[in-house]
Design a binder for this molecule. Structure first.
Ligand code: PMP
Length: 410
């Protein structure tokens, strides 16, 4: 039983009433993006109807309202991540931009020839490509933490990769392709023991697990608003305050400066120095409303409920003959990845879509980890707290019918 009223929760998400292919939508593509509760949709709309302005508090009344709403959202993010200060919360476009920001600012300033950066085999392309680009530019080396056959990071192998040349370890907290929850806190502790900095990719974790940047002791922690029931185009870079202030800005422009002459520019302290130009004010405010919503349900309740649902789905899928689950770590969040004998993953995805069920089939922007398991593509249903057993049953029934050759699929 859910520790919240699942039927009431489902009513908060208008899109769950949507009909697709003449059927009620079953949304099981939460790892790609999450749906938005009415409160988030209303908050963004309220901003444009009553508060819209650029954010220079002193200029006029609406500017003060917009600034209060934007800075209020920053405080909500701070509390959500248990960061020590709002100055540690930088609004960006999303996880991808946050990682590129660190690579292009801190990375370009600190990484030298023959330095080493460690990532894991589980990473999303957003946590591979920026480091590859940086290593190519600097003549640095990218090293990879291997995973075992269940898709979990092998800590003993990681320990062997750490050297005095390790400058940065950048790993995901939850794999978007397999659902593995990595031992991020231990990974950070081991990195710090050789003096390396740590970036944790929280894109897939914040909607499932309690985020605590101080407990993780992350130097940077990044996530996207759209994966935690907030709007697209807004995300967060958390960084330790001293580290952010030691780092030169990546982009220059308005808002990020204290004083500009043609000879010299003095930058604001963080977070302003990393927020050049007019940001995504309305969607930051929307993200604040999404965090309020998650807090209302309770992230620990969400975690408990999804764990039950993941167990239910895993057991049922395992019983389908010829279905192979990929990613079987003991510690998993709400992602299931599988292949089905005799069917291309796109065929499975298309059959599900015809039944009104949305899943992703493809490489999930994580080609190296799929190839580690001999696959180019998997079918990936992913759960959120507004999913229920009926959603899982619909998935399992449709895949079983497809497998057993029921005529309606041809
Ligand atoms: N990292 C992980 C683990 C992800 O799942 C994603 C999104 N699929 C990203 C990074 C990139 O996020 P975004 O596209 O929102 O920048």
């Amino acid at each position: 039983r859910a520790p919240f009223d699942i039927n009431l929760v489902r009513r908060d998400f208008p899109i769950l009433q949507e009909k697709v292919e003449g059927r009620q939508l079953v949304w099981l593509d939460n790892a790609a993006t999450t749906q938005k509760p009415q409160s988030v949709i209303d908050r963004v709309s309220y901003f444009y109807a009553h508060e819209n302005s650029n954010i220079h508090r002193a200029a006029h009344t609406l500017a003060a309202r917009a600034t209060d709403a934007y800075e209020g959202a920053r405080e909500k993010v701070r509390a959500f991540l248990n960061a020590a200060s709002v100055n540690e919360i930088v609004f960006v476009r999303g996880t991808t931009e946050a990682i590129n920001l660190v690579a292009q600012s801190w990375g370009r300033q600190h990484i030298r020839k023959d330095d080493e950066i460690i990532i894991s085999w589980l990473e999303h392309h957003a946590n591979i490509v920026p480091w590859q680009q940086l290593c190519a530019e600097k003549g640095a080396k990218l090293k990879l933490i291997p995973v075992d056959d269940d898709g979990q990071i092998i800590l003993e192998e990681y320990a062997k990769l750490l050297t005095p040349r390790t400058r940065l370890v950048s790993v995901t907290q939850v794999s978007n392709a397999l659902g593995t929850i990595t031992p991020a806190k231990k990974i950070a502790e081991m990195a710090h023991s050789v003096g390396a900095k740590v970036l944790i990719d929280g894109a897939q974790s914040v909607s499932h697990l309690r985020a605590d940047v101080q407990d993780l002791d992350a130097d940077w922690f990044v996530f996207s608003g759209h994966k935690v029931f907030g709007p697209t185009g807004i995300g967060v870079l958390y960084g330790k305050e001293a580290l952010l202030n030691e780092t030169q800005p990546w982009q220059g422009g308005g808002n990020m400066i204290k004083d500009v002459t043609f000879e010299h520019t003095e930058y604001h302290a963080a977070p302003g120095r990393f927020e050049a130009g007019t940001g995504n004010i309305a969607d930051a405010v929307g993200l604040g409303a999404a965090i309020d919503y998650v807090n209302k349900i309770g992230i620990d309740n969400i975690n408990w409920y999804e764990h039950q649902l993941l167990g239910y789905a895993t057991n049922l899928l395992k019983q389908i003959p010829g279905l192979h689950l990929i990613g079987t770590a003991a510690d998993k969040a709400s992602v299931l990845s599988f292949v089905l004998d005799g069917f291309k993953t796109e065929q499975v995805g298309a059959a599900l879509s015809r039944a009104g069920i949305a899943v992703r089939s493809g490489h999930h922007c994580a080609q190296p980890i799929l190839r580690r398991f001999g696959q180019e593509s998997t079918v990936r249903p992913s759960l959120a707290f507004y999913n229920n057993c009926a959603d899982v049953d619909a998935l399992v029934t449709t895949v079983s019918r497809l497998k057993s050759g029921k005529r309606e699929f041809y």
